[in-house]
Design a protein around this ligand. Sequence first.
Ligand SMILES: [Zn+2]
Length: 275
Amino acid sequence: MFFEIIGFFVFLFGAAIGSFLNVLVYRSMRGQDWVNERSVCEKCKKKIPWYENIPIFSYLFLRGRCSGCQTKIDKIHPLVETMTGILFLWWYFAGYIFFKISSAPLLYVQPIFWLFISIIFIVIFLVDLKYYVIPNWTISFLTFGTLVYRFLLLFSGEMRWIDFGWSLVWTVCFFGFFFGLKLIASWLAKKEAFGDGDVLLAIPLGLILGSWQRILVALFFSFVIGAIVGVILIISNKKTIKSNLPFGPFLIISTLISLVWGYKILAEYVKIVLR
Ligand SMILES: [Zn+2]
């Protein structure tokens, strides 16, 4: 019973963080001051009272509609809240065990860093999927957070400077690849082929992946997954060959795959090729 109660509050805490992220996304996309303004309904400008602003529950209670004008509330709000809640729940019961830097000062830094990365990943994944845009602040947060984390590892001797140097080189290559691809694809298709956000996202993802092996595996999977999803959407008549697809979600998923299994996948691949 004790663990269920704790779990419930951990989930609520995560959902509250998700709710705050929704506000960040919403306001950064409309260029509003995200600290001082209070939430209002977009349609009827009704001020949203606190009890209609409780993560997930308010959405369910209001049946997904504004209480003033009955306009549908964007599903992305409860989605971000639920996913952040589940992430916190997972992290609390299982996730933090995954990270095992044992030296004392970094004992908590590593799990917190990966929790932070996961939260931003959720935002990028859902926002790009829904609005075809990757907010700049998510890219800045990721880049800055990862650099701080790397420096902590470097100065505590958990990471070698030479490895960090190489990770910078490969990050530049990763970014350069998407930048070049964007130029070529835009020139061939005579329209914007990759969003600026997709190209910029390569910088923090390269830093997070941190090695050419992982970057290569992530790159490979982003295109494989993108191609599979693209074909499925075309077959099911949801898109045509000329439609744009948000690429951020594919990059996020393939980065996660590579972070967990990158070295293993590359080793298996090399084994098959050399046989
Ligand atoms: Zn309204």
